[in-house]
Design a protein around this ligand. Sequence first.
Ligand code: NAD
Ligand code: TYD
Length: 340
Amino acid sequence: MTTVLVTGGAGFIGSNLVRYLRREHRDWRIFNIDKLTYAGNLNNLAGIEVGPDYSFVQGDVADGAMLSRVWARRRIKYVFHLAAETHVDRSLKDAVPFVRANIEGTAVLLDLARTEGVEKFIYMSTDEVYGAVPRGSDEVFTEDSPLKPRNPYSATKAGADLLCQVAHASHDMPVVIVRAANNYGPYQHPEKFLPLMLTNLMQGRKVPVYGTGQQMRDWLFVDDTCKALVGLAERAEPGSIYNLSGSGLIPNIELARKVLDVMRLEEEENLKMIADRPGHDFSYPLNADKIERELNIRTETRLDDGLRRTVFWYRNNEDWWRPIREGRFKDYYKEQYSEL
Ligand code: NAD
Ligand code: TYD
């Protein structure tokens, strides 16, 4: 019997991972711990019933006493550690929750995983830990590139990434780190660029593009991430680090144009360039050859296909995103997008 712990399993990638495991590894037992912050949402898990094969605990991964109580006797084989504060714009306003969840949370979880013993501890890191390359640079990040984060979100992700490396170096913990590109797909909170675009357009609002829109991101469909996470748990060597890229870098403005195209909307009426994000990272060019070469893990979804599927999903799941848009997110939106 394989029992896995998913932290942050009520968030975007975490809930997709729970669904993926339910589909592809029906005999695995899933234990989901999530604090249910503003980003956590039990509606992401609608249809996943609590029972012998799936349990959920609402709790903070930085709370060691709670963790050790619920962990006891579960014999967890793989940890998928995804719980984190994740939005760069929010981190630029207040870094403290990021330090607590991302750094302290990871330290507490690592300590407990060491005491309890696990076969693999997968840490979901990000390409943003490398920092960004400036426009015109031909630098590409490999797993050996130095970590030079440039915003509080990525700084705390880098802190946790280092704690994971250190847990392997000092205690021989079977940690595996994956540094992934920008994920997209169903159940992503509307604060992030792609679902913000979709839900704005579906409400007749404009898409806010920061700065000139020339910054680039590499888009990775969430199912590809879930598949990679399981491959890493099953096959990666303890102590290893892998980059995970998506469909290739594309400027934000081009992504917005693609979305408008899929939705058959005109650019002039539906895009608005607004003030840039402070210190906006230009791009994170990844060399992700290692994961394919060593583990035969490939990301397969082409951006056009993934985008069509994502637009379709948001169109058909207004019942999911409407309550988020109309809840406390409204205050954040008003402040963040006062120019719209
Ligand atoms: P998300 O914001 O949608 O979900 C995060 C989840 O973690 C939420 O359900 C939240 O309630 C939970 N959480 C936050 N703090 C917690 C705490 N202290 N204890 C327990 N639960 C807590 O994020 P996501 O996009 O699903 O990202 C998941 C992970 O993947 C994060 O670690 C993120 O840094 C990493 N990552 C994300 C991307 C991306 O593009 N989304 C890319 C690379 C890496
Ligand atoms: P985001 O989804 O916040 O992810 P990250 O900053 O972690 O890469 O943003 C993706 C890109 O889109 C990033 O370059 C910032 C840009 N962006 C906008 O232009 N407008 C927006 O309203 C948001 C949220 C992001």
